[in-house]
Design a protein around this ligand. Structure first.
Ligand code: NAD
Length: 388
């Protein structure tokens, strides 16, 4: 299969490029290196130093015997994107190339606008390019479980749901109630894709993925092949952030009561899931929505797990709840349907507890690098007040 990965320099994009190339697929990566710069903008950096894309690709060639083609290009530039899609005529396009931080989107008006312009434009550009080049190309679009919010009903894997209003029944898109501008941009993306599917019969997998954690995937066999790893208050997701706090001897900091519950997935299992979805596309003209999670935990439960694992590795760890900078429920119902991935053979290999051990062990050699970023770990970005 020939696959273009938009956002190939990112946390998920790079290991997916390695995974697909290793499985014999032809991989073309596209990225404008936006995340590298935006993480530096808030005073942080990846825990692991990142070689330039060209150096990484050379390392992958040497260490894994794979070839990856790479373009430094902005997916917001329609002509550039279209030229790449036209040239390579792929079977599938993975779309990761979006601003993916909820706090970043809540900093101020400029960051909110940037998030919308980048995310909505990139998806619309992709739709229009595919219509022109070949409407049968499979779009694998990465959304987020955060699109749904935390409803008091089950989160189904269904594009539509039946409702009754004043005695009349109809089908409406599955309701979503997101909790940051970032998450809303993903909701609009999903509805835009649903619309594109209706108008042009495009073949789409829209993935609702939970927060991803971990430092490892099967192909990351050398320091030169590491993927980025973010841990600061703007870019770090909860498990990864706690692990860095543990390594630095800082208290683990659940926000508010800590009952916020989400479905999580490890980096390795995310790679397994994405590969399955690419290798088993939906029927032509189908819009398939997939919930991509493995284990469900509250952020307080995760803090307890990191404490237990960290202490077994000789670290001294406290847990200190801090004021919640976000507007979200701190105790709620959470039940997610996950049928599609298991039906394709998805068998998660990683449990969070074991993976926390690997993350901490991988981070310890970088402790002195991480010390430089101690000041950007506690929350400074408040949903109502912006960034202080
Ligand atoms: N990491 C998670 O926990 C998680 C969970 C759910 C969903 N997602 C989604 O998965 C996707 C990938 O996430 P990630 O963690 O790898 O993020 P990431 O920021 O590490 O990767 C995204 C990549 O896209 C690139 N990019 C952004 N805008 C671009 C543009 N206009 N043109 C070209 N390149 C552009 C960035 O430079 C970056 O390398 C994102 O869409 C994110 O919203 C991530």
């Amino acid at each position: 299969m020939r696959v273009i990965i938009l956002g190939a320099d990112g946390y998920l994009g790079w290991p997916l490029a390695l995974r697909l190339a290793k499985r014999g697929h032809e991989v073309i990566g596209v990225d404008n290196l936006y995340t590298r710069n935006a993480v530096r903008e808030v005073g942080s950096d990846s825990a692991f130093p990142l070689p330039d894309p060209e150096e990484r690709i050379a390392a992958a060639r040497k260490l894994l015997d794979v070839n990856i083609t790479f373009y430094r290009a902005d997916v917001k530039d329609f002509d550039k994107l279209h030229e790449i899609i036209q040239r390579h005529k792929p079977d599938a396009i993975v779309h990761f190339a979006e601003q993916r931080s909820a706090p970043y989107s809540m900093i101020d008006v400029n960051h909110a606008n940037y998030t919308f312009i980048n995310n909505i434009t990139s998806t619309i550009n992709l739709i229009y390019s595919i219509i022109k080049v070949d409407p049968t190309i499979h779009i694998l679009k990465m959304g987020t479980m955060g699109e749904y919010g935390t409803p008091n009903y089950d989160i189904l894997e269904a594009p539509f749901v039946e409702v009754e209003i004043n005695g009349k029944r109809d089908k409406i898109p599955f309701p979503k109630w997101a909790s940051s501008w970032y998450h809303w941009s993903k909701v609009y993306d999903s509805y835009n894709l649903l619309w594109a599917n209706k108008v042009w019969n495009l073949t789409i997998t829209d993935i609702m993925q939970g927060p991803v954690y971990g430092t490892r995937s099967e192909e990351i066999i050398d320091e030169k092949l590491r993927t980025r790893f973010d841990f600061d208050e703007v870019w770090g997701t909860v498990v990864n952030r706690y692990c860095v706090e543990a390594v630095l001897g800082l208290p683990l900091t659940p926000y508010g009561k800590g009952g916020q519950t989400r479905g999580f997935i490890s980096l390795e299992d995310s790679m397994q899931a994405l590969t399955l979805l690419l290798e088993h596309p939906p029927n032509q003209g189908e819009y398939r929505v997939v919930n991509q999670i493995h284990e469900v935990y509250s952020v307080a439960q995760i803090a307890s797990m990191v404490k237990e694992v960290g202490e077994s590795l000789g670290l001294k760890i406290d847990i200190q709840h801090v004021n919640n900078p976000r507007v979200e429920k701190e105790e709620h119902y959470y039940n997610v349907e996950t049928k599609i991935l298991p039906s394709l053979g998805f068998r998660p290999k990683k449990r969070m507890k074991e993976e926390i051990r690997n993350i901490i062990q991988d981070l310890i050699p970088y402790k002195s690098r991480l010390e430089n970023f101690k000041h950007v770990i506690l929350p400074k970005t408040d949903w109502r007040k912006g960034r202080s």
